[in-house]
Design a protein around this ligand. Structure first.
Ligand SMILES: C[S@@+](CC[C@H](N)C(=O)[O-])C[C@H]1O[C@@H](n2cnc3c(N)ncnc32)[C@H](O)[C@@H]1O
Length: 332
């Protein structure tokens, strides 16, 4: 087992915060304070509190944890040539990168890095650390050569010492968490004083919240789908949402959390409109448009992106856009 000393020097036990070191057993890290043991799988440490080293098959039950889901996510998240997907990917990256104010060399944590699409864009002077609860996505990140270090862990209990990162970013992860405020607190804890944090989050105050609520309510879904099925037979704009837990945030809610954890100078911008996928795809508008006039569909999305670049710094769009990026600097 090889874990670089530079990574080891950052790590802490997610259960008690104690120092972790290479354990006596092969492929294990151990906490010097509480004695907890953590597996290292294919060189990736898995620092999840309560992890059962001897029954790893029980650890990966979540939606995106399987190798198949990870492969699909990896293929789709950067657009996979689909005009909407490419625009969505570029818009998310643009919003996050525009909000990061300094590109000082140092350590950057991508909290919930997925396939590492942000880590792939870091300058050589930045050391990228990718963490994610999905081991299979982390393996993909590493195999793409994105980021220097990879740790499988949960945002709610980050296995790092306090104040070790110059920058912490997280994109579209918070909505999956049950303890969102705790995760924001953890990201602030591992940030150095003077360091910057940027979170890209789904916005509660976008029409998509209502649409999602309908799709998460079976009886409402059935009623609202009925006319579409009667007329078009197969069309289903209100099919099952697919996720039971998908909790969006408001700008002022997260701003309050960040302030409470010692961040200041808070600013940000909006990202995305929140209707394209949900209006266009169920009615096959995208598919028909792409078939008949692909150039104009691409120009349409380019126009949307240009509009975002020009106007989404305005408060209205950060309050009502599909997503918002919220940025802050740690005091001290
Ligand atoms: C929608 S994806 C976003 C991935 C990446 N940030 C991006 O923008 O491409 C959400 C990611 O959060 C990760 N995730 C979900 N719950 C998590 C948790 N509690 N701790 C760490 N990562 C988590 C998932 O494995 C997944 O990679």
């Amino acid at each position: 087992m090889t874990i670089s000393p530079s990574l080891l020097s950052l790590l802490a036990c997610p259960a008690c915060g104690g120092d972790v070191a290479v354990g006596e057993q092969e492929n294990r890290l151990a906490c010097a304070s509480c004695g907890a043991r953590y597996p290292v799988i294919e060189e990736i440490p898995m620092l999840i509190a309560g992890v059962d080293c001897d029954h790893m098959e029980n650890q990966f039950q979540r939606y995106w944890d399987s190798p198949e889901k990870a492969a699909l996510y990896d293929q789709k998240v950067e657009g996979d040539g689909d005009p909407f997907g490419v625009y969505n990917h570029e818009s998310e990256i643009y919003a996050l990168e525009t909000c990061l104010q300094e590109r000082a060399p140092g350590m950057l944590l991508d909290a919930g890095c997925g396939n590492g699409r942000f880590l792939s864009r870091l300058p050589a002077s930045t050391t990228g650390v990718g963490v994610d609860a999905s081991l299979n996505l982390l393996k993909r990140t590493r195999d793409h050569g994105r980021g220097q270090h990879h740790v499988c862990c949960e945002l709610e209990r980050l296995p790092f010492k306090p104040g070790v990162f110059d920058t912490v970013i997280s994109c579209r992860v918070l909505q999956h968490l049950h303890e969102q405020e705790r995760a924001v607190g953890e990201m602030a804890r591992v940030l150095k004083p003077g360091g910057e944090m940027a979170l890209e989050l789904y916005n509660f105050w976008n029409l998509k919240t209502t649409y999602k609520a309908i799709r998460q309510t079976p009886w409402l879904r059935r009623i609202l789908n009925a006319p579409f099925r009667a007329v078009f037979n197969s069309m289903s704009p209100f099919d099952d949402w697919g996720l039971d837990h998908d909790l969006y945030n408001g700008w002022f809610q997260v701003k309050g959390w960040m302030r409470g954890f010692g961040l200041a100078q808070i600013s940000g911008r909006g990202a995305g409109f929140g209707y394209h996928k949900y209006l266009f795809q169920p009615f096959f508008i995208d598919a028909q448009w792409l078939k008949r006039a692909p150039g104009s569909l691409k120009r349409y999305y380019q126009g949307c992106f240009d509009f975002e670049k020009r106007w989404f710094h305005l408060a209205w769009f950060r309050w009502t856009g599909e997503k918002f990026v919220i940025w802050g600097r740690k005091q001290g």
